[in-house]
Ligand binder design. Structure first.
Ligand code: ZN
Length: 273
């Protein structure tokens, strides 16, 4: 069976994955500016890389990630003013989520995980899953919805990452955490020569619509990015993968599988034949 990427599997292989109780983990991100040093797909790439790592130990199938998300807010993603930030209306996101989880259920998967990275998506994802459930398309299916995997940790557990200067998750955009994880998983995508520390002139506790320029740092980086490192990213990757694995095994009993030699999740190569 080819895996873990569903896109490279045949329908027969997917049927076999259902039979063998593989778990679909569907990644939802955004196409959103992430400063001058990270790609716009950062919110989709990072969770995808984490799940690929997880697929090395658990029986996981990865449906095609959703690379579009709800609109960027000024105070947590720089807002909609940047070239490249390409967003969905809330209704569209709800319907895409509703339809994809319902289709995964139709294949016969009884458990699934929806793993989100982009904060602004959270309630629309919930609503999409709930609409699928209320219209009877998720019968006997349990969905684990993860708003943000970093919510698994208390601030004190991540003090080492921010060197005791945690700006809050909303401002951790294109900053230390995301840059470190990208350095750990896809270092070739980080423009190290373009990295900056930045901040909006004002970062109040309320939003203004439309967003005033004083709420938007011109680089798109919402706080400090330069203390990022590959070492921090690798440590965080291990911590997050462990938490995800723990939660999935606890709720769904998804078995660990023997990884045959030559398996490389990142390349979507042969899991087992
Ligand atoms: Zn992000």
């Amino acid at each position: 069976m080819l895996g873990p990427m569903m896109e490279t599997m045949t329908w027969e292989e997917i049927a076999q994955a259902v039979e063998e109780e593989y778990l679909p983990v569907w990644v939802i991100g955004s196409t959103e500016q992430h400063g001058p040093h990270l790609p716009v797909a950062t919110d989709a790439i990072l969770p995808l890389e984490l799940v690929k790592g997880l697929a090395r130990e658990l029986r996981i199938v990865i449906p095609p990630p959703l690379q579009f998300g709800f609109k960027s807010k000024a105070l947590s993603g720089g807002g909609q003013g940047f070239v490249g930030t390409t967003s969905l209306d809330g209704e569209t996101l709800i319907r895409v989520v509703r339809d994809v989880v319902a289709e995964l259920a139709r294949h016969g998967f009884l458990h699934m995980v929806v793993l989100n990275w982009h904060m602004e998506n959270i309630n629309f994802i919930w609503e999409g899953i709930d609409q699928a459930r209320r219209t009877g398309r998720l019968e006997d299916v349990t969905v684990m919805s993860i708003d943000r995997p970093l919510a698994a940790f208390g601030d004190d557990e991540l003090a080492w990452l921010f060197e005791d200067d945690f700006p809050g998750w909303a401002m951790e955009h294109a900053a230390i955490m995301e840059t470190s994880l990208m350095l750990a998983t896809r270092p070739e995508l980080v423009r190290m020569d373009r990295i900056v520390d930045d901040a909006a002139a004002e970062h109040p506790w309320y939003d203004l619509i439309p967003e005033p320029s004083k709420h938007v740092p011109s680089s798109g980086v919402l706080s400090r990015a330069t203390p990022a490192s590959r070492e921090k990213g690798l440590r965080l990757q291990r911590m997050v993968t462990e938490k995800l694995s723990e939660a999935i095994r606890k709720e769904f009993g998804t078995p660990k599988h023997e990884v045959p030699s030559g398996f490389d999740a990142a390349l979507g190569e042969r899991v087992k034949s």
